[in-house]
Design a protein around this ligand. Sequence first.
Ligand SMILES: Cc1cc2nc3c(=O)[nH]c(=O)nc-3n(C[C@H](O)[C@H](O)[C@H](O)COP(=O)(O)O)c2cc1C
Length: 166
Amino acid sequence: MFKEINIRDLKKSPVQMISDEWALLTAGSEQSFNTMTVSWGALGELWGKDVVICFVRPQRYTYEFMEKGDTFTLSFFDGEYKKELGICGSKSGRDCDKMKETGFVPVKAGNGVSFEQAHTVIVCKKIAYQDMSEDGFLSQDIKNNYSNGDYHRTYVGEIQKVLVKE
Ligand SMILES: Cc1cc2nc3c(=O)[nH]c(=O)nc-3n(C[C@H](O)[C@H](O)[C@H](O)COP(=O)(O)O)c2cc1C
């Protein structure tokens, strides 16, 4: 159902995929995982490796799974699933069953978890993290994102596999 491709053969701009179309960030195992919508992130190179960089606030349930495991996935969907992505981005897995609410069907993807409905999945191995702090923010505009002091934890994931729907 999915075939593996090289990250360099992605058909779309990563900016369009993450920023405009959004993605699901999923961490954990098939037995126990959580997923949430993200639209802030980056794909590129760091330390000589192809990487995904994503940003997770500490209060997210997904954060707990990001901390526990060493694999995470980014899953991308066609526009018809924007409503479901809205649900995964507004409700917490602590309070509801996102699979029941969206109809997304979990599937194994490399060492991680993705969804049958995804058109593209990037499987990553967590290789680094770092918490943001206000010291480096150069404008009030950026500081305004953190009026609660809930600075994102930045996760760097080395890309292990890129899977696309056949
Ligand atoms: C379009 C969109 C993008 C989002 N991007 C992020 C993000 O990059 N980082 C983050 O921590 N939260 C982000 N969120 C918020 C989480 O998806 C949201 O708080 C979610 O309910 C967390 O679920 P959880 O508690 O089950 O982990 C985004 C929400 C939406 C709707």
